[in-house]
Ligand binder design. Structure first.
Ligand SMILES: Nc1nc2c(ncn2[C@@H]2O[C@H](COP(=O)(O)OP(=O)(O)OP(=O)(O)O)[C@@H](O)[C@H]2O)c(=O)[nH]1
Ligand SMILES: [Mg+2]
Length: 410
């Protein structure tokens, strides 16, 4: 070998060595996600792990300190919802789940397409599962007169009642009311957190709400409550009263009837928890009490002959079948679903949690919210004429309203 060729070889070796060092430095400074699994990130492979239990969280994550609860996120969606849902998932991950890696179950009455699976499984830090809903859970029960149901839809459509003319919306409401917790993919979990397309999370969630629910024996939780549109549920309360008469054994002692009725149970005041956000206990929904309740309502046909929503159906169940302490209001979870906002009351809370919502948008203390009634549902039948509306409950119970609530009223 000539000395010239040897020199070139030495230059080449130096250059290669330098390049290797550069690659090493740049790779080690790339913020790759923890537990990033290059081989199994795509939905089709993850999908097969249908019965796996939650994995142990990464040692550096807060979840590692206490361990995870047996829980999952759950979303009912159509393929066309993917991009609105992607926004929701991104926020849930950024504000909470990137530290916990809880699973996410997606349910659909039609098969999910590849785009839906690819996009969602890339965004979720836990395992993702994609379930097809059986015909049995998404169709007319044999006792429903479909001709009558169609006429109702036409009539409600003409009266411009929201989703009044929609057949699929009715199946969706019935499914969320009575079946999602019985889907095979949901059977192994104890808690669920419902997420819809297009929602926003406004604040960091620096604790594990699932763990909070479990450790405090909470069965149902909410962030927004409001009045239902009466035209969609004219006979719902009659149906509920029938259930209460037939099943007094299921009505909990120390329940929240006062949240539902201002006249001792004679009529329904239409207050309900807004169920597009829910963190709840699946075993409660699978209990004999809840299933008897759902079956009784389902037999009366109002999911199809009216347009009963899963929000009043879940809320009435929670208020009657649970002790009032088992329902929880999460002030700390800033949330939006068109058109309402829950922005935590209390400036310190909002700053500590890096909330990006405008407190003036908070719906809690506005006239159309039922929140006052929730917070003070004990002794609800006592009224005081000088404090109209739900505010009277704070007054008669001598409760201090949260700091800053005045700025958030109508
Ligand atoms: N698979 C499936 N999912 C549905 C169907 N209809 C609604 N959903 C889902 O069910 C949930 C509730 O439906 P939405 O359309 O959001 O109903 P809503 O919240 O009352 O009304 P919006 O104000 O439009 O959000 C969402 O997660 C939807 O993606 C359907 O026909 N099939
Ligand atoms: Mg919605």
């Amino acid at each position: 070998m000539s000395s010239g060729a040897g020199r070139y070889l030495r230059y080449l070796l130096f250059a290669l060595f330098g390049l290797a060092i550069l690659v090493f430095i740049s790779r080690s400074s790339l913020p790759l996600p923890q537990n990033y699994d290059f081989g199994t990130k795509i939905g089709s492979e993850k999908e097969q792990k249908q019965d796996s239990i939650p994995q142990t969280p990464a040692p550096s994550s807060p979840a590692a300190a206490g361990g995870r609860v047996n829980a999952t996120f759950v979303t009912l969606a159509r393929n066309g919802d993917v991009w609105e849902l992607a926004k929701s998932i991104r926020q849930v991950e950024d504000r909470f789940n990137r530290n916990y890696h809880y699973d996410w179950v997606f349910l659909n009455d039609k098969p999910f397409d590849e785009t839906f699976k690819k996009v969602t499984s890339a965004l979720v830090s836990g395992n993702t599962f994609y379930g097809l809903i059986s015909k049995e859970h998404w169709s007319y029960p044999e006792w429903i007169d479909q001709d009558k149901a169609r006429k109702v839809r036409e009539d409600m459509g003409q009266r411009k009642i929201i989703y009044g003319d929609s057949e699929s919306y009715r199946h969706m409401c019935r499914y969320e009311s009575g079946f999602f917790f019985r889907h095979p993919l949901m059977l192994n979990y104890e808690y669920y957190w419902r997420v819809e397309p297009g929602i926003e999370l406004y604040c960091d969630i620096g604790f594990d709400p699932f763990r909070f629910m479990k450790e405090n024996d909470k069965k149902y939780s909410f962030v927004l409550s409001l009045y239902e549109y009466y035209e969609t549920i004219p006979t719902l309360w009659d149906s509920v009263k029938k259930f209460m008469e037939n099943h007094p054994e299921h009505i909990a002692e120390g329940n929240s009837i006062g949240f539902l009725s201002d006249d001792g149970g004679k009529t329904y005041n239409k207050c309900h928890f807004w169920s597009n956000f829910e963190i709840g206990n699946l075993d409660w929904l699978r209990s004999e009490a809840y299933l008897d309740y759902f079956d009784s309502l389902d037999k009366d046909g109002g999911f199809f002959y009216e347009r009963w929503g899963d929000a009043p159906v879940h809320s009435i169940a929670a208020a009657l079948l649970l002790k009032k302490e088992q329902i929880h209001f999460f002030n700390e979870i800033g949330y939006y679903h068109v058109p309402f906002t829950h922005c935590p009351t209390g400036e310190k809370t909002r700053l500590d949690l890096k909330c990006h919502c405008n407190p003036e948008d908070n719906f809690d203390w506005k006239g159309y919210s039922c929140k006052f009634a929730v917070v003070v549902w004990k002794d609800l039948f006592v009224t005081n004429g000088s404090h109209p509306g739900t505010s009277r409950y704070f007054h008669i119970n001598n409760l201090k309203k949260p700091e800053g609530y005045q700025d958030e009223q109508d």
